[in-house]
Design a protein around this ligand. Sequence first.
Ligand code: PMV
Length: 313
Amino acid sequence: MPAFTATAPGKVILFGEHAVVYHRPAIAVPVQKIRVRAVVEPDPRRRPGQVHILAPDIGLDACLDELPAEQPLAATLHAVCRELGISRVPACRLRVTSSIPVASGFGSGAAVSVAVIRAFSAFLGQPLSDDRVSALAFEVEKIHHGTPSGIDNTVITYAMPVYFVRGQPPERFKISKPFILVIGDTGIASSTSLVVGDVRQAWQANPAQFEYYFDAIGAIVQAAREAIESGRNEDLGRLMQENHLILQKLGVSSPELDHLVEAALSAGARGAKLSGAGRGGNMLALVDGDLVERVEHALRTAGAVRTIVAPVE
Ligand code: PMV
């Protein structure tokens, strides 16, 4: 039995985070430069049924049966076995490595799930379709996030820009003119489920106000899709500004994120906003090709622990 390898990219949410939890649309794009790699290979030294899991990035070196069922990697492997109706797997070793920063809005949890589901199902001789990979990764996302919208597993599985509405099949759309995002990472870990929970509480306390915000974000996402499809990229900067302003009102920005957004704009970015759950994690800026280095430099000077250039095409 040979080794099976699968990789999955990171992602950023371009428009629509948080409102997407409340059934408004969002747009997310893959970030190909950062990836998870999962390799499953036979391990003849072990008994049938044993899966040895190595994930050096998180210091994990354990056998599947030693892990609690809700441990995300264990949950992922169990989900694949259930899906394929397999009760006893051949003795094997799973190795997971990743260049995606964790808890930073890059979808690292979903990327791990997608890569592991693909590699493990292929190893078991029944590679799963993209739809099933995404659905199983969504089940695991619920352990990480509580009430995920499903956008992370979707954009990472299909590895292309998606227009996403919770509970509906993802829509691909045309990128008429490629554009460049410069991502700045605050380096501050942020818990998506905590921030999503805080927004939920605020929404429950003031539903009319928050529904108004979510509608406004939904309208921005719609306008952004139309701009991207018709090649009016110059509109995107303004839409990013508007989206960031509403995210501030939702209470999910932070002084560090606002500072990076300001730094990118001062360096000539056409627009900038926080991306993902907020309170930490990353922000992104829309940048003309000749200003990329200048904006990256400005972001690092303003405190970004890393910058990533992500072409959207
Ligand atoms: O995982 P993050 O940080 O990219 O955030 C997910 C985006 C939210 O809209 C805040 C939550 C969700 O499930 O869509």
